[in-house]
Design a protein. Sequence first.
Lengths: 368, 368
Amino acid sequence: MKIYPVIMAGGSGTRFWPLSRKARPKQFLALAGDQPLLTATVRRLPPLARAEDIYVVCGPVHAAAARKLVKELPARNIIVEPCARNTAPCVGLAALHVAARQKKGIVAMLPADHHIARPEAFREAIAEAARLAAQGHIVTIGIRPHAPETGYGYLKVGARLAGQGKGRGKARVPARNQAHKVERFVEKPDVVTAARYLADGHYLWNSGMFVFRADVILDEIRRAMPVLGEQLDAIQKSVGTPGYQRTLARIFPDCPSISIDYGVMEKSQRIVVVPADFGWSDVGSFAALPEVRPVDHLGNVAEGDALVIDGRDNVVIASGGRPVAVVGMEGVVVIDAGDAVLVCRKDRAQDVRKAVEELARRGREEVL
Amino acid sequence: MKIYPVIMAGGSGTRFWPLSRKARPKQFLALAGDQPLLTATVRRLPPLARAEDIYVVCGPVHAAAARKLVKELPARNIIVEPCARNTAPCVGLAALHVAARQKKGIVAMLPADHHIARPEAFREAIAEAARLAAQGHIVTIGIRPHAPETGYGYLKVGARLAGQGKGRGKARVPARNQAHKVERFVEKPDVVTAARYLADGHYLWNSGMFVFRADVILDEIRRAMPVLGEQLDAIQKSVGTPGYQRTLARIFPDCPSISIDYGVMEKSQRIVVVPADFGWSDVGSFAALPEVRPVDHLGNVAEGDALVIDGRDNVVIASGGRPVAVVGMEGVVVIDAGDAVLVCRKDRAQDVRKAVEELARRGREEVL
C-alpha cells in the first residue's frame, strides 16, 4: 500500500535556545542521535515509503536548509507555506498535494521534531494505521504512557473497532496496534490526573501523528471548517500549475490559524487510534534529553567539552569549543552554544523562552 | 615614621578559575573595584608609605606582569623568589632587603589579594601597628568579626598592652587600634565555634598582615627556625651585590616551606594585635564577591553580558563577550571567561579547585 508521509517542519520553538535559533529551529538540531531530527524523521520511513512520496512542509525561511538535510527527496516535495498558520491549513495543503497525485492517496502526517527509539515498531504502527485509513478512518497514533507525564496531551481510548481482534467492547488495556475508537482528547493534565491516567490504562499520549486518505481529510475539513475548506478548494485548482505560488501567496495567509486537533480531529466521528509503543519522545525541552541521549551512572548528560564534578541529573552540552565545568550541581541544564550560554534549573526548562523574550526585548537579534 | 610595606604576591590559587589562571592568579584580577587587587593594594598605601619604599614579592613567572601593574614602584623593589617556599622564607627575604637599607626598618607584610573598603581606617591601623613595631613588638592586624565566618583563622585577644588606654587587663571588647597581647591563634572553626567566637568578642579574624622591625623578625626567625635563620644569614651578605641572584638561586629553594604564622608568630612572645575594622575581605572565593561587588535587590552579582531571570543570590560574570542567561537559579556561580565556563553551587565555591585538578589530569594546560 502506497503511503505519502508528510513531515511537518514548520516549528520555530524557543525551548532549545541557545542551541536553536530562528534560522535553526529544533527540528534542524541533532538532539537525539547524530543527525538532525528532521533528517532522522525522513530516514526512518523506508521501506514504508519511497523518497519520491515523502513531503516536507516548512516556512520560506527554512526551505533551503530543510532541502539540504533531506537531499534524497525531490525538490518539488518541499511544500513551502508562505507563513505559519498552525496545523489545520498545513494538513489541508499537504492533502491537496497528495490528492493531485492520487485522489484517495494515504497521507501520514508526522511531526519533524520527535524521537523514535524503535523505528521498526514505528513503521508497523503506521502500516496498520494506513490499512485503517484506506477504509476511510482518520487514524491517530496513541502512545502507551510509561510515566505520569504532564507535558503531553492524552486521548481516551473508546470501544474496540469492529473487526479488530477477538470480540468487541473495551479491552482491559488496549493492545498494541489494535485499533479503537477515540472517546475523547484531553489537554495536558496535572500530575495527579496524569498518574490516574497512567494507572487507568485507557489513556494514551497524543503523538500528533495522523494517518488518513487525502479525500477523507479534505471532506472532514470542509465539514468542520467550511471557510478553510473553501480556501483549500481555491488553492486546489492551481496545484501543479504555474499560478500555484501566486494563488497560495494570496489565499494561504488568510487561512484560520487553528490546530488540526482542535479544528477537526476532536470533532470528527471518523477518528480511531492505533495504540503504539516504539520508544517515542517529543523531546519537548532540555529536560527531555536524558530520555534520548546517553546518560552516565549519575544521570548526567555530558556532551562536548563538559566536565561534571560531584553532580547528578544534569544536562550539560558544551558545544562552544571550550571546557564547561559544572561543580556540585544537581538537576540543572547548562548549554554553551558558542555565542551564548544558558544555565537553567531542569524543572524550569520550559522557562528558557523567558531568556529568549528578554534578549528580544533588548534587541539582541544576533543571538535569537 | 618610615614604613616599608612588603606586598606578598606569590599566590597561585585556583579558586577563581576560570577567571584566574597560572599566568594570571587572583591578585592580578580586578575582583573588587576596577583595578587588580595587587594594584589596589599598592595604591591604598600613600601617604602612609612612599612608592620607593614599597616592595612586591612574587615568583619568576609573574614578575614581569606584576611590574606592569605597579609601574610606580622602582623595578628593584620587585623581589623575585626563585620558587614558592610559603611565607616564612618570603618574610625573611623581604626583611633582608629592608635591613640592607635600614637595619631597624619597619616592615608591613601585606597580602596582595585582599580587599579593603575603607583605606583611611586601614592606614590608621597600620600606622598604630608601626608605632608598636618600633618598640620591638611583632604586630598583627586582627579584624573585628561581623559574622560567624568559617573561612578565616582567628586569634584570641589577651591582656591589654601596658601603656595602652586606661587601666590594664582584658577590655570587655578590645577597642579599635588599641593593642593587646595575643593569647593564641586558632584554626578555621566550625560554624558553631565561629558563632561562639563572634558572641565572645575577644576573637578577631587573622588578616595575615604583620608589622615588625626587620632586625626583630630576623632575630625571631633565628630563634624559632634556626635553619632558615642560617640560610637567610648566608643570603644577607649578598644583598645588593652582583652575586645576589646566584646566591639566592642556590640557597632559597632549600629553605623550609613553612608559613610565618606557624613557624614564628604562633610561638613568639613578642606578638601583639591591633584590633581593626576597615571593611576587610580576603575575597576567598566566588562566594565572597557579593561582599565586594555591586548586587541587585535580589542579591545577584550580574556583570558583563549577564541576564539573570527569576533568580536570587547568584554570582554571574559574563566576560566572554556573549550573553549568559541564568534562569530560575538560586545561589549559583556562573563564570564565562571566554575560553572556559564554570557553573558551581555558591556554597561549594571552594570546590572550584576540583575542576582545575580534573582539567590538569586531562592535560588541558591551555585553560589552566
